[in-house]
Design a protein around this ligand. Structure first.
Ligand SMILES: C[S@@+](CC[C@H](N)C(=O)[O-])C[C@H]1O[C@@H](n2cnc3c(N)ncnc32)[C@H](O)[C@@H]1O
Length: 291
């Protein structure tokens, strides 16, 4: 019965949207030129193939949560080359995307043109994301895919307050792909123990560790958004596991299921304990933090 349900769910998911493909070859050629000019490798799956990567690895976790609602207003915070924005627009959302890096914003805009989703995407350079150029309660969904760990530590609380300000009451902040400080191996760089070294040593570490990156403390995230409902805790990890079943092996899923039961018993959610944080937080009326 569960197998039949999953099979029908897969058919439904695939019917909903087709994987984005290049619609404008000259825009794609421009994208490649911009990537090369930025000193990056277009053959790198996390550069030229980024849209496919998020489609395969991230989309199942959006679908399992019913996100994004068709026609909804979505903010992608930290859009890089626009991969997640292209995916979200292809899934029917109207996406506004921002990044602190102006050349990435240009590349993202070209990428969206290449994939034929310009009509449903807007890319803005925001040099200091402690202040966002949007009115209160502008968005139904804010997506932070692999970005909050890069926000300067001393800016993070202000940035989260600003995200809270622009998110509608009842809206969702979906954080995913975010390196977790609890883990001994930093997930993006693969460097061991760096997460456990006091951050006062960062200037030194930046000089001696070639790919120095740090994880985000998941408790800091949920504490900063006090009063938000952790939807992954509310559904006892069902949505997360539904996504995992489409992206991970059965053995890994079985282990995660056990880990998930333990995390529920400890009153938290599985996605806050994984090497890459994943959590969907719902803004309740009582959780508005802006004054
Ligand atoms: C790994 S990339 C994000 C990938 C992207 N979200 C996607 O799914 O395709 C990290 C991005 O975060 C951006 N970034 C770093 N600090 C930021 C900040 N304070 N505010 C917004 N974006 C920031 C970087 O410029 C970079 O483009």
């Amino acid at each position: 019965m569960a197998g039949l349900h999953r099979g029908l769910q897969n058919i439904w998911d695939n019917m909903q949207t087709a994987k984005p493909t290049i619609a404008d070859t000259s825009a794609h050629a421009e994208f490649i030129d911009q990537i090369v000019d930025a000193g990056l490798d277009p053959e790198d799956p996390w550069v030229g193939g980024y849209v496919s990567v998020v489609w395969e690895r991230a989309r199942p976790f959006f679908l399992s949560r019913g996100l994004p609602a068709h026609g909804s207003k979505v903010l992608e915070f930290g859009c890089n080359f626009g991969a997640t924005s292209v995916m979200l627009a292809s899934m029917g959302a109207n996406v506004t995307a921002i990044d602190i890096n102006p050349s990435y914003v240009n590349i993202a805009r070209t990428n969206a043109r290449a994939y034929g989703v310009s009509m449903h995407t807007e890319f803005l350079h925001v040099g200091d994301t402690r202040r966002l150029p949007f009115g209160d309660q502008s968005f139904d969904l804010v997506v932070c895919n692999s970005v909050l760990e890069y926000v300067d530590d001393e800016h993070l609380d202000t940035v989260l307050r600003e995200i809270d300000r622009v998110l509608k009451t009842g809206g969702i902040l979906f954080v995913l792909g975010t390196s977790n400080k609890l883990w001994p191996r930093e997930v993006h760089s693969g460097v061991w123990l760096v997460n456990y070294i006091p951050s006062v040593l960062d200037p030194l570490l930046r000089r001696i560790v070639p790919k120095f990156e740090r994880g985000l403390n998941p408790w800091r995230l949920v504490r900063s958004l006090d009063g938000y409902e952790n939807l992954d805790a509310s559904d006892q990890g069902k949505s997360l596991m539904e996504g995992k079943r489409k992206t991970s092996s059965p053995l890994k899923c079985a282990l995660l299921q056990l880990f998930g039961l333990a995390s529920t018993a400890f009153g938290t959610s599985l996605g806050l304990l994984l090497p890459s944080i994943m959590v969907a937080l719902k803004k309740n009326a009582s959780s508005a933090q802006t004054s």
